[in-house]
Design a protein. Structure first.
Length: 213
């Protein structure tokens, strides 16, 4: 398998709906895995570790670089590599585990969400649902052929903290318009918190997901 991961098997012996979790910058596969115990037992849950180790600990899907004026920019080349690694990992997972390849959900947080958008919009045939927490659509990580793809089956749940100091809510608010322009089903919610997932946010995404698996 191309990416290190931890799993929580499903109560189903075959054809289980698959949920893949992608953590944020500087975290690891244990971060979002705490959600697993609260989610449907039917889900086969996999939490993935991003491929680039950071010092002194944690991992990243791509480097974030700062210049002398503290302006930051993303290493898009690494991001695209990670996007493709996740896409390959979905294929590997569906071949190895007793899951339904037509019922795949990606749940991302922050940098993991940015990658989740990129995977779904580049490889829509591999994904069904996307839970995009505290992130945004980074268009430089997408291919130029968006208009030619079939997104009719995709469904997005997007949420953000209105007081987020890491990724401004304004960036996240652009996602529904971007998805609407491609005629992709989506739901967007904001909560009065910073860069994190409020309990009511988790409750809402849980209910959203349960009606779709």
């Amino acid at each position: 398998m191309t990416l290190h991961h931890i799993t929580r098997p499903s109560s189903l012996k075959e054809n289980a709906p698959l949920l893949i979790m992608c953590h944020g910058y500087g975290s690891d596969e244990n971060d979002l895995f705490s959600f697993a115990q609260e989610l449907s037992e039917e889900l086969f849950i996999i939490s993935v570790r991003a491929p680039y180790p950071m010092q002194p600990y944690g991992n990243a899907w791509y480097a974030i670089n700062f210049d002398a004026n503290q302006n930051k920019w993303n290493d898009v080349e690494q991001a695209v590599e990670s996007r493709d690694k996740i896409a390959n990992f979905i294929d590997e997972t569906c071949a190895k585990y007793p899951v339904n390849k037509d019922n795949v959900t990606i749940l991302g947080f922050s940098q993991g969400t940015i990658l989740s958008y990129a995977v779904a919009l580049t490889y829509p045939e591999k994904v069904k649902n996307i839970i995009a927490l505290s992130g945004y659509v980074s268009e430089d990580m997408l291919n130029n052929d968006l208009e030619s793809k079939d997104y009719s089956h995709l469904d997005f749940y997007c949420s953000h903290g209105s007081a987020d100091q890491v990724i401004p809510a304004d960036w996240a608010r652009k996602a529904p318009k971007f998805l609407d322009a491609l005629h992709i089903k989506n739901t967007y919610s904001e909560f009065p918190v910073g860069h994190g997932v409020a309990p009511q946010n988790f409750y809402e995404l849980k209910n959203w997901l349960e009606t779709r698996i």
